[in-house]
Design a protein around this ligand. Structure first.
Ligand code: 5AD
Ligand code: SF4
Length: 493
């Protein structure tokens, strides 16, 4: 999961703002506002919720004021993310009252992982909430809505775990399928039980969708113009779905099958666990051209003592070896990671090991967080909690290092030609914005008359300058030396 609240790369559609009128949806009579917190899985779920509600006449709006339904699709991964939900609910309440004064009705719903974890408590802390439902039940939204509409005051609480049901009942047509890039959930839940993490409790046990259903969804998206698919799962490389041939497939096999789909130019996956990087997946990075050379492979800590206490089930050297194998298979591979700072018992020496690992590996991007005690997880009960001032100090030092590595990586692209998937108009009139293989936003000078023709195309672009984490450049029609990261020094600050 890439948590949206702290991400360094701009999220795609993770801000909860969706279009009101979507292609393929007729008779839009009611306004639906969805705010998405947290990871890309929640972004996917929010989009699917909109698809489930579209036949009931709900179309997306980007303003909660005046909406007929407001859904907060929440995240429970850290304390801050969970608390934000209650402050947002406080802001929504007067909008709901205004609506009632005007003779209308605004249904307020809390979905996602906070809903799953806190259920009943939400209804008692915020009694004006009409519906609370977890990540595995939103295919039942039509029944929930009709129950909530029957009588104001009748509350809906649905936090079961029927994960197979959900995918079997979601509509085939996707409202976002006119986009250039799309998320596709292939796996959900987690059986790893890292001692800091709520996911196994909020998302449930690991479940992999059958390959045939995934391939069909990918084909539909590609036919509608999607060129890049990001496969999602809490533990995406633990994927072990029933294959199209009846035998169990791993993620490598699935990527190979996806690569055969005509028009699918780019494949990504997130988020992965070092323990589940198998030889076939490494081979897929070598063989499958469409598999982008940018991998999010969270390590959390560089200290073996802390990794053991976290129940990560691998050592720092195991991680180093996997990265080495991946880089041998795909020399232009760049990496990003998640780090937790101040896990219970983390000493200066443990933290120094994390700094050493980061220096050795060299990351092109990263997300780093102070450890946050999550109720019900084993680490929350540990005695040796780290002082907040110490966490802050260590986090600042780590982020400086990661930031300098990211800046060095971005700067290494100046003067090279990178393939950019053109996605949408930029802020300036004569500008298109796309993404490099490394997910960097690339702003390219293109006359407006060519925008339509180039959107969805992969164009070679010479990078001239950087601003923040964005790259700027011009299209190169022919003849430029292709970008080749393998010819560069490995980045490390
Ligand atoms: N405290 C801080 N960070 C956490 N993460 C998960 N649980 C916690 C926690 N209790 C981070 C991990 C994970 C990412 C999605 O969020 O780094 O990889
Ligand atoms: Fe959480 Fe660990 Fe599972 Fe990732 S692998 S979702 S961090 S329990």
């Amino acid at each position: 999961m890439f948590p949206a609240d702290t991400r360094q790369h701009a999220p795609r559609r993770a801000d909860g703002l969706h279009r009101f009128s979507r292609s393929g949806v007729e008779n839009v009579t009611k306004k639906l506002f969805i705010k998405t917190y947290g990871c890309q899985m929640n972004v996917y779920d929010s989009e699917r919720m909109a698809d489930v509600l579209a036949p009931l006449g709900y179309g997306l709006t980007d303003n909660a004021d005046g909406a007929d339904m407001v859904i907060l699709n929440t995240c429970h991964i850290r304390e801050k993310a969970a608390e934000k939900v209650y402050s947002d609910l406080g802001r929504i309440r007067p909008l709901q009252e205004n609506r009632a004064e005007d003779g209308g009705r605004m249904i307020v719903a809390v979905a996602g992982c906070v809903a799953q974890a806190e259920g009943e408590e939400i209804l008692s802390r915020a009694p004006y909430v009409d519906m609370v439902f977890g990540p595995q039940t939103y295919h039942r939204l039509p029944e929930m809505v009709s129950k909530a509409m029957r009588a104001a005051g009748e509350k809906v609480l649905d936090t079961d775990f029927p994960v197979e049901d959900k995918f079997d009942h979601l509509p085939e047509e996707r409202g976002d399928s006119d986009a250039v890039t799309a998320f596709l959930t292939i796996q959900e839940g987690c059986d790893k039980f890292c001692t800091f993490c709520v996911v196994p409790y909020t998302r449930g046990a690991e479940f992999s969708r059958p390959a045939a259903a995934i391939l069909e969804e990918a084909r539909r998206l590609t036919r509608a113009g999607v060129r890049e698919i990001t496969l999602l799962g809490q533990n995406v490389n633990a994927y072990h779905g029933e294959g199209a041939d009846g035998v169990e497939w791993g993620l490598g096999r699935l990527c190979r099958a996806l690569a055969d789909i005509e028009g699918l130019e780019r494949i990504r996956y997130t988020t992965s666990h070092p323990r589940d990087v198998d030889d076939d997946l490494i081979a897929a990075h070598r063989d499958v051209e469409q598999l982008m050379p940018y991998l999010h492979l969270p390590v959390q800590s560089g200290s073996d003592r802390i990794l053991a206490a976290m129940n990560r089930k691998h050592t720092a050297d195991h991680y180093r070896r996997i990265v080495e194998k991946l880089r041998d298979a795909r020399p232009d591979l760049a990496l990003s990671s998640d780090f937790i700072i101040g896990f219970p018992g983390e000493s200066d020496k443990d933290f120094a090991e994390t700094i050493r690992l980061v220096t050795d590996i060299g990351y092109a991007g990263a997300f780093s967080f102070k450890y946050s005690e999550r109720p019900g997880t084993p680490a929350a009960a540990a005695d040796e909690q780290v002082d907040d001032a110490v966490k802050s100090e260590r986090l600042t030092a780590l982020q400086q290092l990661l930031e300098s590595q990211q800046a060095a990586f971005n700067a290494s692209l100046i003067g090279t030609a990178v393939p950019v998937l053109m996605e949408k108009p930029g802020r300036q009139p004569d500008q298109l914005v796309g993404r490099s293989p490394y997910l960097q936003p690339v702003h390219i000078a293109v006359p407006e008359s060519r925008h339509e023709a180039l959107t969805g195309q992969i164009v070679s672009c010479r990078i001239d300058r950087l601003a923040g984490h964005s790259l700027f450049g011009e299209m190169v029609e022919t003849g430029a030396a292709p970008y080749d990261i393998s010819s560069k020094e490995r980045i490390s600050a």
